[in-house]
Ligand binder design. Sequence first.
Ligand SMILES: [Zn+2]
Length: 479
Amino acid sequence: MNYQPVIGLEVHVHLKTKSKAFCACSTEFGKSPNSQTCPVCLGFPGSLPVLNETALDFAIKTGLALNCKINEFTKFDRKNYFYPDLPKNYQISQYDLPVAGKGFLKITLDGKTRRIGITRAHLEEDAGKLIHKSSSSLVDFNRAGVPLLEIVSDPDMHSPQEAYEYLSTLKSILEYLEVSDCDMEKGSLRCDANVSIRPEGSKELGVKTEIKNMNSFKGVKDALEYQIKRQIKMSEAGEKILQETLLWDAKTMTTSSMRSKEEAKDYRYFPEPDLPPFIIASNKIQKIKETIPELPQEKIKRFMKEYATSEYEAKILCASHKFAAAAESAIARYPIKNKKAMINWYIGPVLEEAGKLNTPPHLLEIPGGNEELIKLVQFIEEEKISNLTAKSVFSRSIAAKKPASQIIQEESLFQISDASELESKIDQVIKENTASVNDYKAGKTNALMFLVGQVMKKSKGKANPKIAQELLKRRLDNA
Ligand SMILES: [Zn+2]
């Protein structure tokens, strides 16, 4: 029998606010344990939460970018469960009236575009962090109360590849919106996956398992692949698949059972009495809508149209909105109609240099800025400098914090295209290499390249090889 996997994803995003969701504590990462806490986020009796307006704005912004309906009437609820990293024994979350309702996200896979439904996106607070030692466990509450947006997809994905593409697309949108730093290592983007299988063609959903603890997109893909295989094997053996929560172990590449899955009723949700329900004004939504920038998919399409890039090139250029902005400001200003040279330069040497320095490409400091880069690429186009020399000059200009044109000037690196200047070098080469000259005349055309090489050597690499070859050939053929 053929099976179809059915996958839904829950993505938890740390919103990039300066303070926590319901108190004024800092959200800064990496501070000493429990240094960023107060009676509210530690759940002291009598302390009262106050909603962070920026967290709400970010949630609305994300909801709009994901084509969600924003619930103008919204409220917070208590999700009750006991766990040592949860100081209040409940989490402030949203149950039946989340900030963002139904929406969708478009993904492109193998050239085909698919629409993945978004079930909802709701605001909640993060829990603390447990650190397990060999004989004890410690808890750090710095993360408790950090605003989270939980984005839940419909069970619309049918392969681990689709799940991977959904996550990358979502991450890129969140980065463009500047609502999260999306750093998986710092835990600011976390993902749980629900997966079930059903016989192909069936509309019914199978029993799903939830996989937790995946800390990379590749981890999600691996875990899904493993879990789908496991479920198919169980189903074929006539075993019953249990609804449970599984942990992914990236080392052994297997999942293990964590607990049987809770359902909503297990959490005894009830409205948060300390935060009254409220109305999001429609002009607030409108104002936030106006702050949404051009999103990655639109930008990729525009780059392809405006600058005649391939889809592959556009994707590289638009991977981060800051890099796209830096590249576009140079590409758009490049005075030559065919922008190809400038585009190649950005997806080539600029990315390479940033990689060498381990710096995000938009932060690469180009001495003299884009003006210098434009000049350099134009020099290549005008054959004033070879591509190879230009690359080395660019690399050195960054290391020395000196504009590229200054290095070219100081080391007089412009190619010699001036015929009279080249003639004297050609004279010398012909005089010094009679054997090769005779070879060429005897029909061995390879000898010409050797002679061009000698001219290059004499000019310390500065001769324009095309012109040198033309002049040499003319001289030898006419002699
Ligand atoms: Zn606090």
